[in-house]
Ligand binder design. Structure first.
Ligand SMILES: CC(C)(COP(=O)(O)OP(=O)(O)OC[C@H]1O[C@@H](n2cnc3c(N)ncnc32)[C@H](O)[C@@H]1OP(=O)(O)O)[C@@H](O)C(=O)NCCC(=O)NCCS
Length: 171
């Protein structure tokens, strides 16, 4: 299933598989908080870098982060954990792309892995010449998982637009 974009001038759609990316890091002492666990900002940076690679792979051009939707730290990441961020594209608009990034922490000695975070980030592709938002290729949904995540992404977008409309009414 291709999620078509009527204004789109790019010839070919791409699947989430083509831009999926993993970034990993072995944490160092200067990345820890006062409790000796990994500082949340380090995880956010890894998440944003990973999502940015996904978006750039899809757009094949420069992108900026425009929104980070709901970040929760439900479990600590320990100093000795090996941390992996996995990013996949779940929806596209005209110029915007929503990327889901999941973070996993592995206790290297045992191989035990924990999923510690799931974040949703929106990037906008920019035209190289004028720096304004430009069209990105459509997204081709291949699997049931692609379709499920895409539907959830559209629901999030609808909620955001409704919130924005409500905020404008209140002003
Ligand atoms: C990204 C930026 C160029 C967009 O400019 P703009 O004038 O708002 O452009 P538009 O209104 O045409 O919006 C562009 C797209 O962003 C989307 N967008 C804007 N705000 C959004 C938000 N809060 N959440 C999700 N998407 C958003 C729009 O829906 C639109 O998507 P579409 O093209 O797929 O329909 C501008 O906001 C910007 O430069 N932001 C700073 C980005 C940055 O520096 N990031 C680093 C973090 S500090």
């Amino acid at each position: 299933m291709t999620v078509s974009n009527p204004e789109h001038d790019a010839p070919q759609g791409k699947t989430p598989r083509e831009s999926a990316s993993t970034l990993s890091e072995s944490m160092m002492p200067d990345q820890l908080n006062h409790h000796g666990n990994v500082f949340g900002g380090e995880i956010l940076a890894l998440v944003d870098k990973c999502g940015g690679v996904v978006a750039r792979r899809h757009a094949r051009g420069p992108v900026v982060t425009v929104a980070v939707d709901r970040v929760e730290f439900r479990e600590p990441i320990y100093a000795t954990d090996y941390v992996e961020a996995h990013g996949r594209l779940i929806s596209v608009g005209r110029s915007s792309m929503e990327v889901m990034v999941t973070v996993e922490a592995e206790q290297v000695e045992t191989g035990h892995r924990r999923r510690t975070n799931v974040c949703y980030l929106t990037y906008v592709a920019l035209d190289k010449l004028n720096g304004r938002p430009c069209a990105v290729p459509p997204l081709i949904l291949e699997t049931d998982d692609d379709r499920r995540l895409h539907a959830a992404s559209l629901r999030r977008r609808e909620r955001r637009l409704a919130d924005e409309a409500e905020a404008q009414e209140d002003e």
